[in-house]
Design a protein around this ligand. Structure first.
Ligand SMILES: Cc1ncc(CN)c(N)n1
Length: 209
């Protein structure tokens, strides 16, 4: 088992609870309440801002050209296609332009800021890996797509061959960096991974007041 697979196995119960969350089931079924989706997306718009900054740090701290370019391309997708979805979705749902972060969102902002400020590629990769791998996992259900673009596009942004290749790159990079890291760095990566998985579950929970 690779380092990344080991971390995922160690967090399996929380990971599986997030991937099988009520929010995910309702999104796939196209039955998620507009107020719930609005609450979730308004929080995720706050997440997106700091996520782009974290991707920027990954571009800066990558130690090889190939991964640096792949991360830069994905940064473009998040700042482009994904941000465009947020604009259209929040306009349709009528979400207020400014919202305060709920506790799980604040936890994520702190985690991403911590990893970004550390400048440590290992830390940045670990947080990115959880955020993208867990989303690929819930978005890859072998199930018909919901009809409404509001639901379908949020799924489509996190599945497909390009997104799967992106997650594979993050996993390969995490394993490569961990293989050359000292025990303290690997311990820190494991701690960041666990914190991020806990926050993913709490983030879905928080969509339901
Ligand atoms: C909370 C959360 N985690 C992960 C993702 C996928 N980048 C997201 N959009 N929001």
């Amino acid at each position: 088992m690779s380092f990344a697979e080991h971390l995922r196995a160690a967090t399996a119960s929380t990971w599986d609870a997030a991937v099988g969350h009520r929010f995910v089931a309702e999104l796939w079924a196209g039955t998620v309440d507009d107020a719930v989706l609005a609450r979730y997306l308004a929080q995720d718009a706050l997440f997106l801002d700091r996520f782009v900054a974290l991707l920027g740090q990954a571009v800066a701290s990558a130690d090889r050209t190939g991964p640096r370019l792949a991360i830069a391309r994905q940064l473009g997708t998040v700042a482009g296609e994904e941000d465009d979805y947020f604009g259209r979705a929040l306009a349709r749902l009528g979400t207020p332009p400014t919202v305060e972060p709920l506790a799980p969102t604040q936890g994520f902002l702190d985690l991403m800021d911590e990893a970004r400020r550390s400048g440590a590629y290992a830390d940045v990769l670990t947080v990115l890996l959880v955020a993208e791998w867990l989303y690929l996992d819930w978005a890859s259900r072998p199930q018909p797509s919901p009809r409404d673009w509001l639901h379908r596009e949020w799924i489509d942004l996190h599945r497909g061959s390009a997104f799967a290749a992106w997650v594979e790159l993050l996993r390969t990079e995490t394993d490569r960096v961990a293989a050359h890291a000292d025990a303290a760095t690997r311990d820190r990566m494991a701690e960041l991974f666990t914190r991020a998985v806990d926050l993913e579950l709490a983030f879905f929970d928080a969509a339901y007041p």
